[in-house]
Design a protein around this ligand. Structure first.
Ligand code: GLU
Length: 299
């Protein structure tokens, strides 16, 4: 029997320091990799150039290190991988799976309104397909969209169970290259998960509804689909996912005591028992055992 070598990753966007919520995803992905005797890789998702900084990324890596979380391979930076995203886009252009789009957000909102679709405020708007049949020649300032022809996509999540998403109404054709010339997260994440041989994705539940888009892209590009697990989130006082916008404080992990305290808090969110260990390394080793029991990992 062939055993798959587990390769997992943590992929923070360096838009600021890690906070308690980001550490939960980082810890969960690390524990799952170690529980399955696999490799844990860190990838810096800095495709959104203007919002990201090298300093923030270095700070995030230092925060992880203070918690005893170290990438098993050299850290990959998405800002250095544009040629790979272009290559994937070229493949999709050849397959006629993408098209150029000139719609602004306001255009999309107006078209939806005309179709009688009332969209919630602050939510990504499903694309109504305005430019799909127009065969517009691409030029700077336009976006490139993937034709999401699948109506309903079913997938399985190790924690959430069977999932489905009605892509046509909730997402529509989605952007791979943004009108400002930046690569979209969906394309970069799919290309890089495959390039790094990622077998298991463990990340926050707020990203679960991105998974169907990523599955579609994997299929279109002929890439393997990893096994997915979306973890619980740290909620802010307003009941929403903790984020910079609703007051998440940067993780203070300058000392090893602080690192251990931050890990204890993250472990609690993951419903692990508190550790009485004195060091991060010992606590992590205990939680690896707990994780194996909790998720029925054998072998
Ligand atoms: N870079 C994404 C974020 O920080 C995570 C991507 C992923 O894990 O797929 O939200």
């Amino acid at each position: 029997m062939l055993f798959m070598t587990y390769r997992g990753r943590f992929a923070p966007s360096p838009t600021g320091p890690l906070h308690a919520g980001s550490l939960v995803a980082g810890l969960a992905s690390w524990l799952d990799a170690k529980a399955q005797r696999g490799a844990w890789l860190v990838r810096i998702e800095d495709v959104d150039g203007p919002r990201c900084s090298v300093d923030a990324a270095q700070h995030q890596l230092a925060q992880l290190a203070s918690c005893g979380l170290h990438s098993d391979e050299p850290v990959v930076w998405q800002s250095q991988r544009a040629s790979h995203y272009q290559h994937a886009l070229n493949q999709l252009i050849k397959q006629q799976s993408v098209y150029a789009c000139q719609c602004s957000r306001a255009d999309i909102a107006k078209a939806l309104l005309e179709q009688g679709v009332v969209s919630e405020r602050h939510r990504d708007l499903p694309y109504p397909g305005t430019c799909r049949g127009l065969s517009l020649p691409f030029h700077v300032g336009m976006s490139m969209r993937f034709k999401a022809d699948t109506q309903v996509l079913h997938w399985h999540d190790r924690r959430l169970g069977d999932q489905q998403q009605h892509l046509a109404t909730s997402v529509g054709d989605f952007v791979l290259l943004r009108s400002v010339g930046l690569w979209a997260y969906q394309l970069a994440v799919v290309v890089d998960d495959a390039a790094q041989g990622i077998t298991h994705v463990v990340r926050g539940e707020d990203l679960a509804d991105n998974t169907p888009r990523q599955l579609l892209l994997q299929q279109a590009l002929g890439l393997p689909t990893p096994i997915y697990m979306h973890t619980s989130l740290v909620l802010a006082a307003d009941g929403k996912k903790l984020s910079k916008q609703n007051g998440a404080q940067p993780l203070e992990v300058a000392t090893s005591e602080q690192g251990l305290a931050a890990l204890q808090a993250a472990a609690k969110v993951l419903q692990l028992q508190p550790s009485h260990a004195k060091t991060c390394a010992q606590a992590l080793a205990e939680w690896v055992m707990q994780w194996r029991d909790k998720w029925g990992i054998t072998g």
